[in-house]
Write a protein that binds this ligand. Structure first.
Ligand code: SF4
Length: 332
């Protein structure tokens, strides 16, 4: 990204405002065009409104553009064009919230403020094994406090960049690369089999339709089961290895192998069956479940947080209705 390693507060601020509510791929072109047309805050401040709005066209949320102009002119008129260099002053700027203020403070001035974006929430929730919804009031406070505790106060800019990059490239939302992750030995979610269940989000928990992809992992007539411990539906019931996704996945051999390799370092498996989608209606949610039955010749060593059970042992365990109704069809 062009703003990576950037030290100029004007450029960091500009990129952060553009990226609020905009995907990086979409924002990139706009950032380049803004920097080219308005290389300094003075140039932006004296530009006619309509010219700036025209350049912003297509990005939406025009309030951001109005705030951009307002702040640029305020800094030029009242501060002689010098960007504020403390968090307290930065957060007073129109359109600048805690995230953007922390980003400018740490990246431009190396001040000890933790930048907490979706990547950071995810890394912290998984590494520390925290099952409190990241978007709840309590969760936001806990994660922000934790992010600050973990921050390298001597190298905040590098630390913030590193943890965000780590979340974007290794500890990804779907199919995180646990098998090559340098933090795997200390990762609580990996040790307890909760990688795919964290981070927890209120928004997800309240979503009407959820998609549960259950991997039935079989090795020598035994199947991997784990107890559902996160504060969500079906707490304490048993289930198979779960991957929750935000939409229906059309599984094929390639996708399955890729997922197993990334998450569990499993390179060889046989796909025995991919089920149809089954539905369980709960009071406020509809769960759509799909079962992917896989067989291994070698015991996968990286599975944690559950146990291998025979079919007879499995019959003794309590499962959610969705799984219980599918159990009789599993043929070892
Ligand atoms: S082991 Fe997996 S879940 Fe844990 S930090 Fe690494 S990539 Fe994330």
């Amino acid at each position: 990204m062009p703003w990576k390693g950037e030290k100029k507060p004007y450029r960091i601020w500009l990129s952060e405002i553009i990226l609020q509510q905009t995907r990086v791929e979409q924002g990139m072109g706009y950032y380049h065009r803004f920097i080219e047309q308005y290389p300094t805050i003075q140039a932006l401040a004296k530009a006619p409104d309509q010219q700036v709005f025209k350049l912003w066209e297509g990005l939406g949320y025009y309030n951001r553009c109005r705030n951009l102009l307002h702040t640029a002119r305020e800094i030029v008129e009242k501060r002689n064009g010098i960007f504020p260099d403390t968090y307290e002053e930065l957060i007073m700027l129109k359109g600048v919230g805690p995230y953007t203020a922390a980003a400018i403070a740490s990246f431009a001035y190396n001040l000890p403020y933790a930048v907490v974006d979706g990547n950071v929430f995810r890394v912290l929730a998984r590494y520390m094994g925290i099952d409190i919804a990241t978007d709840s009031t309590a969760g936001k406070k806990i994660f922000h406090d934790l992010a600050y505790q973990m921050l390298d106060k001597k190298e905040p800019a590098s630390y913030n960049q590193a943890i965000m990059d780590f979340g974007a490239t290794i500890c990804k939302p779907m199919s995180p690369l646990c098998s090559v992750c340098p933090l795997q030995s200390g990762c609580a979610a990996l040790a307890t089999g909760k990688v795919n269940q964290l981070p927890l989000k209120e928004k997800t928990l309240q979503r009407r339709t959820r998609f549960f992809n259950y991997f039935i992992l079989e090795y020598r007539q035994k199947i991997w089961v784990q107890q559902r411990m996160v504060k969500d539906i079906w707490q304490h019931l048993f289930e198979f290895y779960l991957l929750e996704t935000d939409r229906q996945v059309h599984w094929d051999a390639f996708l399955i192998q890729n997922c197993l390799k990334n998450q569990l370092n499993i390179h060889e498996s046989t796909v025995k069956k991919i089920s149809e989608s089954l539905v369980q209606q709960l009071t406020h949610q509809q769960i759509k479940g799909q079962f992917i039955h896989l067989q291994f010749k070698q015991k996968p060593a990286s599975l944690k947080g559950g146990e291998w059970k025979t079919k007879a042992q499995i019959r003794e365990l309590a499962f959610p209705k969705l799984i219980a109704s599918y159990l009789p069809t599993i043929k070892s």
